[in-house]
Design a protein around this ligand. Structure first.
Ligand code: SF4
Ligand code: SF4
Ligand code: SF4
Length: 241
């Protein structure tokens, strides 16, 4: 049974425990940051930051609202990064969990790396100084040993949930019904297409520019994936040498 997350943003207090736990578990260094007049920190995901609690201030119905969005890779059901790479030794899906893993992106050339970055409908992969890519790995080492991901284990409010996909879909339906009583426009983002399902109280783009995938992006990236599939055999053969 594949795994999924439910991230219920209506329960998120932006404590950033998940962001810190992700760094701690993966032994990732801190970022050098500056005061940008916001509590959001650092400014973006990076090669060393797989999880970022995005924070926006929005006036909705003439009232100031804090909108929090703990962002990470969505582990897409049809992952365009994986299709675009077309090389299972570089990017693969773990069959047991559904995690999309960047295993060895050193195998890919600079153009392929750029295509993969551009293919992601949620703007997730980040390039490091050595030209390779990094992102959330679903804490696969924990999950295969029966633990929940570090970000889920640390969340004190119940915003982060993880489990078998059918259980998470059922939980998402239940929590959406609860949220809708207070927030009539509450919705689940792209629930059929991703393993990381966000529950939001308002329009997704208020939370983050790439909170929701546009169909146009998926169409374009599927065309790119097709192009990759018919990549000349010589290119593939050169990797095997
Ligand atoms: S969110 Fe982007 S990087 Fe993550 S699996 Fe989907 S396409 Fe790949
Ligand atoms: S699942 Fe693991 S790698 Fe992904 S955001 Fe959570 S802690 Fe980080
Ligand atoms: S740990 Fe939970 S409450 Fe804290 S920022 Fe992350 S999702 Fe929100």
């Amino acid at each position: 049974m594949s795994k999924s997350f439910l991230i219920d943003t209506t329960r998120c207090t932006a404590c950033r425990g998940c962001q810190v736990a992700c760094k701690q578990w993966h032994d990732l260094p801190a970022e050098k940051t500056i005061n940008r007049g916001t509590y959001e920190n650092p400014a973006d995901l990076s090669f060393n930051t797989y999880k970022l609690v995005r924070m926006r201030e929005e006036v909705i119905n003439r009232k100031l609202n804090w909108l929090f969005f703990p962002e990470q890779c969505r582990h897409c059901i049809e992952a365009t990064c994986l299709e675009t790479a077309g090389d299972p030794e570089a990017i693969y899906r773990d069959d047991k969990t559904g995690a999309i893993i960047f295993a060895n992106t050193k195998r890919l050339n600079a153009d392929e790396i750029t295509e993969i970055i551009e293919s992601c409908p949620y703007n997730i992969p980040r390039k490091g100084p050595d030209g390779t890519l990094a992102k959330c790995d679903m804490c696969i080492d924990r999950v295969v040993n029966g633990l929940v991901p570090a970000c889920v284990a640390t969340c004190p409010t119940g915003a982060m949930n993880f489990g078998d996909r059918n259980e998470i879909l059922a939980l998402a339906g239940k929590q959406l019904a609860v949220a809708k009583k207070k927030y009539p426009k509450a919705m689940l983002i792209d629930a059929d297409d991703v393993s990381v399902i966000y529950l939001v109280a308002y329009e997704p783009k208020l939370y983050c520019d790439d909170a929701m995938a546009s169909n146009a992006v998926f169409d374009i990236t599927r065309q790119m994936a097709l192009k990759q599939m018919i990549r000349p055999l010589t290119n593939i053969a050169s990797r095997l040498l």
